[in-house]
Structures are given as structure tokens and as C-alpha cells.
Design a binder for this molecule. Structure first.
Ligand code: MEV
Length: 424
């Protein structure tokens, strides 16, 4: 049974660790050594990490990798990815190379509008509410002047405020639906500050503000990425057959939500890895993407494919609310470096790059699934994880990797070969 504690946040890092060790660790010294292994005492970086969140006792690392050779709108990119899952980066690299020989990826931002809402309760007459709103609309916008001043200089600000009647969905519920342009920042703090100022200026007798918050559903902050090629270039052999199977695989994800969720999860493998590597909010992006996948009322694929006039077409449309300034983008040294690797994109370019990373990942998954199956590539990458779990040394790893070239990798088979090697 775990123990409760009071004043935990006020303890020093060492005291926090000691408390954890005494109450939860099987082996206190080993547990503390594991925590210590991942932090760098007294470094500036550690201080920065400690100030990102509360109660920091260590850092949780994920691998940071590069998928090179992406050609997007004619420009070549090496894409940084932060992800722990075997084969995601390898797949991205292979797909980048595949499409670089077929004209590369095309990407285009469709819109950049973001949304925030003031949710409130009102039990009076709607006409009166509407008149009150219309006569105060300019005052509501003026209430944000101090906050929007800098954003306006960067081409952003409030686009519009609408009054929405939601009382048929929930009794007495209305909202101010506010649209924003946030230029190169993701804009969460900016939007929330504006909303709170608007709510304060709007609240009056009879209007009870419940909450003011941005929406992570951003269907108008949308980007499209695509690839296309002549069918005969799709595959070395039997190209038309495999192109059709690929299109069917996307159709299945559109028809069947159980499949769509996995299909879209594969897309998010690519998207989230770059979102994280660039210091953006992957939870916001994931929530918005899955909501968009359900926009028709049924959860569907985020990608589409077709064969038309002898050509294979494959594309994605996905809402991505991202920043290349503000937030962690300049503060986290690796996020800053990621943006440098990506040649300092603005937010729109980053939307295009990240949509491509998602499309590429889905292409890799569907190509594997409709041909050899995914386990061949996946287990090949997973072999190292198995060997590490079995505590194989460098020499043993070399031998086993050689042995499994072209062979099916399973945990048991690897354990057996390692055992044989060790007992030889
Ligand atoms: C695994 O992380 C992702 C896949 O399952 C995606 C898919 O099935 O399309 C391979």
C-alpha cells in the first residue's frame, strides 16, 4: 500500500527521492541510482527541466533521431523525431527515399484559424442577450487590446466573436465562440488570456460565465500533404495489383472504425514524433486530429487514396495547431535545434512538414501491411530491444543479428539462440 505525503513539493530533490525510495522502491539504492542516471546534477539544463514542471526528480528520455531525404515542395529536409517505438524512424527514412525518386511530397496549408470559447449560462430571453452582445462586441474586443498589441504586429489577433445559442443541447447554455490568428505561435496562452479578458468584460447580471478556454479542435487550422505517381512506378512487380490493395486498405479504414483507429495511430506515430521533437504540444495535436477523424459523425481515416487516369494518389488532411515561436520551442535546447535542422520553418511550413511525416508513416504501414505484413520489419528493429532485455553483450548482439538476417524474429527464438551461443 502506497503512503500519502503532505508538503511534497516543498521537499528538496534528495528528500523527494528518499521518500519515494523508502515507500515504493524494492531496492532503494538501485531505484535512486536509476533516477540519478538520468539527471545531471547542478547543470543549467537540469535547472531548466526542473522549472518546466513541479516535483521533478529525474528526466525521462526518449530516443531522438533523424529521418533524412524528405523532399517537400521541392525542398529537402532531414526530419527530427523523438519516439521510442521500433521501426518508426526506419520506416520514415525508407518512405522519404521512395518518394524522393517520384517527385517528393507536396503540401499546402488550407487555413490557420484557431478557436476559443467563453461558456456561460443565461436563463433570460435570447433577443435581449443578442442585443446586449451586439452592442458590447467592440467593447469585448477592446478589453483584449493590451494582450493583442504584440500579436497584431505579427499579423495575428482576434478574427471574430460570435454569440452561439447552445440551449437546445444543454438548458441555458450559450457561448462566445472566438476565432483567432496566432501567426507563428501555437497561441494557447494568448488565446486563454484574451478569453478571460472577454469573459470579464461580458459577465453581467443574468450571465454566469462557467469557463473560458481555447479549443483543441481546430478544423480550420488545416494542412494537406500528398504524393502521386504513375501506377507502374508504385511497385517493381505487380504494381497495379498492389496499388489497388493499398487503396482498398484505406477504404477499409474509412468503413471500419476498429481499423481506422489503428490506421490513424500509425499516422500519429509520425506526427507526434516531430511535434514532440519541435517542442510542440502532442496531446493537443492528437486530440484535435482524432476529433477531425470523426467530423462526419463516424470515426474514419485521416488519409485518402485513389487511382485515377493511371495514377496513384495518396493524401492526408489534418488539423495541426503548432508554433515555431513561444512555448518550449526556443526554451528546450533540443526543440530549438530541431527547428534549426528543419531550416527555421514558420508555423505554416512546420504544419506542412509534420503532415508529411504522418502521411509517410501511414504509407510505410499500409505498404507493409498489404505486402509482407508489418512484423518482418518491426521485429527486425525489435530484435535489439529483445537482445537488450536478455542483457546480450556487444559480441553476442553481433552474432545474433547476423543469425537472424532474413529470419523470423520471435522472443523465444532469440532467447534460444542466445542460450545456445552462451553454452557453446
Ligand atoms: C504501429 O505502431 C502502427 C501500425 O499498427 C499502423 C497501422 O496498422 O496502420 C502499424
Amino acid at each position: 500500500m502506497g503512503k500519502t505525503v503532505s508538503g511534497f513539493s516543498k521537499l528538496s530533490k534528495k528528500e523527494k527521492m528518499d521518500w519515494l525510495a523508502a515507500n515504493f522502491f524494492k531496492n532503494e539504492q538501485e531505484g535512486i541510482a536509476t533516477l540519478e542516471q538520468y539527471f545531471n546534477k547542478n547543470s543549467k539544463l537540469q535547472q531548466l527541466h526542473d522549472e518546466f514542471i513541479e516535483n521533478t526528480i529525474s528526466n525521462f528520455y526518449v530516443p531522438y533521431a533523424i529521418a533524412p531525404n524528405f523532399i517537400i515542395n521541392g525542398k529537402t529536409y532531414a526530419i527530427p523525431m523523438a519516439i521510442e517505438e521500433s521501426s518508426v524512424v526506419a520506416a520514415a527514412s525508407l518512405v522519404a527515399k521512395f518518394w524522393s525518386k517520384r517527385g517528393g511530397f507536396q503540401a499546402k496549408v488550407i487555413g490557420t484559424t484557431k478557436v476559443g470559447q467563453v461558456h456561460f449560462m443565461y436563463s433570460g430571453d435570447f433577443e435581449n442577450l443578442s442585443t446586449y452582445f451586439e452592442s458590447n462586441k467592440l467593447k469585448l474586443i477592446a478589453a483584449t487590446d493590451a494582450i493583442t498589441q504584440n500579436m497584431k504586429k505579427r499579423g495575428g489577433g482576434i478574427i471574430d466573436i460570435e454569440l452561439k445559442d447552445k440551449s437546445t443541447e444543454l438548458e441555458h447554455y450559450y457561448q462566445l465562440h472566438v476565432t483567432f490568428e496566432t501567426a507563428d505561435s501555437m497561441g494557447a496562452n494568448f488565446i486563454n488570456s484574451c478569453l478571460e479578458a472577454i469573459a470579464k468584460a461580458f459577465e453581467t447580471e443574468g450571465i454566469e460565465v462557467v469557463m473560458s478556454i481555447l479549443s483543441n479542435y481546430v478544423p480550420e487550422c488545416l494542412v494537406r500533404a500528398e504524393v502521386s505517381c504513375a501506377i507502374e512506378d508504385f511497385f517493381e512487380e505487380n504494381a497495379s495489383h498492389y496499388a489497388q490493395k493499398f487503396v482498398q486498405a484505406v477504404a477499409i479504414a474509412n468503413a471500419e472504425p476498429y481499423r481506422a483507429v489503428t490506421h490513424n495511430k500509425g499516422i500519429m506515430n509520425g506526427i507526434d514524433a516531430v511535434v514532440l521533437a519541435t517542442g510542440n504540444d502532442f496531446r493537443a495535436v492528437a486530440a484535435g486530429a482524432h476529433a477531425y477523424a470523426s467530423k462526419s459523425g463516424k470515426y474514419k481515416s485521416l488519409t485518402q487514396a485513389k487511382i485515377e487516369n493511371g495514377k496513384f494518389h495518396f493524401w492526408i488532411e489534418i488539423p495541426l495547431s503548432l508554433g515555431t515561436v513561444g512555448g518550449l520551442t526556443k526554451l528546450h535546447p533540443l526543440a530549438k535545434l530541431s527547428l534549426e535542422i528543419l531550416q527555421q520553418p514558420n508555423a505554416k511550413e512546420l504544419m506542412e512538414i509534420i503532415a508529411v511525416a504522418g502521411l509517410a508513416q501511414n504509407f510505410a504501414a499500409l505498404k507493409a501491411l498489404t505486402t509482407t505484413g508489418i512484423q518482418q520489419g518491426h521485429m527486425k528493429m525489435h530484435l535489439m530491444n529483445i537482445l537488450n532485455q536478455l542483457e546480450a553483450n556487444v559480441h553476442e548482439k553481433k552474432q545474433i543479428v547476423k543469425l537472424f538476417t532474413g529470419q523470423t524474429v520471435t522472443h523465444n527464438a532469440v532467447a534460444k539462440e542466445l542460450h545456445d551461443l552462451r553454452t557453446k
